[in-house]
Design a protein around this ligand. Structure first.
Ligand code: SF4
Length: 335
């Protein structure tokens, strides 16, 4: 709950208005597991709160560890399950969180899309993936790149971002949080209401090619996304990046790199190239590292900062595009 919502709860419980801040402190700073531990709230009021509310903390029910140290966790949420991926490295520890159980966007290269949509997560279920993570205290970065399209669940995602970044909440720097989108309808609201970083799943600068792998291109064409983005300043405070999965013979040529550089000209951004992680029954294939490096170099020489993102957790189906309830069942990660 936001501070405002906790204020409503306090008033409903007959508590003074400053209790909202006290409850927020217990939940988000002291991170208590039960309402009864909130010892500066009168016992009778705590009993009332216990009867009507819960902290919502639910530990993961399953985990799988990759040879590279990445850990995939399975959390119950909204009557289904979602996956969150903990990615430690020498300089940082990142958590990739889910915003929906499944997804409606049907991107051709993504197992979550193939699973279909089950439910929108609540802000509590999103934050639970962070607070109930066994490595929660080591986290330095959060990315909304797990299951689901965040701006198809804008209200709850923005609420979670508020609680994560507000002084009354976890007080995370927005610079350490990135929200990734294919370009859905809630993007404008996010740009107006949050200062967290933005990542756009681009994958093709050409509309027809993008549509062939991302049906969302029809409802939210990428040129509209770019028009909107151009109205905001990404030169300081927050970062804009474009994600580009490189597919063999689809978007990997020198001409594609030139077209991409042209497409992004004048936009303060960076491009992350991602290796395609093969999923069954698609005509898509990945390219070798040499090809990815050539693509990167073409962009760099045209003034676009471009890096190749290291693949993590592929052996446990935790890499980009591989999260899926159905797939985990099939492979025995979950029963
Ligand atoms: S890539 Fe993202 S938006 Fe596309 S289907 Fe997968 S989870 Fe949904």
């Amino acid at each position: 709950m936001t501070l405002e919502e906790l204020g409503e709860v306090s008033s409903e419980a007959g508590l003074p208005s400053y209790s909202a801040k006290q409850i927020a402190d217990w939940l988000y700073k002291k991170k208590v597991a039960s309402i009864f531990e909130m010892t500066n709230i009168a016992t009778s009021k705590r009993a009332y709160l216990e009867k009507h509310f819960e902290t919502g903390l639910t530990p993961p029910v399953q985990s799988a560890k990759s040879a590279d140290g990445t850990v995939k966790y399975l959390f119950p949420a909204s009557g289904s399950f979602v996956e969150a991926v903990y990615i430690p490295s020498a300089e940082r520890a990142t958590l990739c969180v889910s915003s929906q159980a499944g997804c409606k966007m049907s991107c051709l290269f993504c197992m979550t899309g193939r699973q279909g949509f089950t439910a929108n997560l609540t802000a509590g279920e999103i934050i639970n993936q962070i607070q109930s993570l066994p490595e929660a205290e080591t986290l330095t970065n959060i990315v909304f790149m797990g299951m689901g399209e965040p701006f198809d669940n804008t209200h709850e995602v923005l609420k979670a971002l508020d609680i994560l970044t507000a002084a009354y909440g976890y007080a995370w720097s927005p610079k350490r949080i990135t929200v990734s989108t294919v370009g859905a309808k809630g993007l404008k609201r996010f740009l107006n209401e949050s200062s967290c970083n933005l990542a756009v799943s681009l994958h093709a600068a050409n509309s027809a090619e993008r549509f062939s792998i991302m049906p969302v291109e029809k409802a939210f064409p990428i040129h509209k996304v770019i028009e909107l983005i151009k109205q905001y300043d990404f030169s300081h405070q927050r970062r804009l990046s474009f994600e580009y999965i490189v597919f063999k013979d689809l978007n990997d040529s020198y001409q594609h790199a030139i077209a991409l550089a042209e497409f992004l000209k004048g936009i303060y951004c960076r491009v992350n190239l991602i290796r395609y992680h093969a999923i069954p029954d698609t005509p898509l294939a990945c390219v070798d590292m040499k090809k990815m490096e050539a693509f990167r170099d073409t962009l760099n020489t045209r003034g676009i900062i471009c890096t190749i993102r290291l693949s993590r957790g592929e052996d446990i189906f935790a890499a980009c595009g591989m999260l899926s309830h159905a797939d985990a069942v099939k492979t025995g990660i979950r029963n």
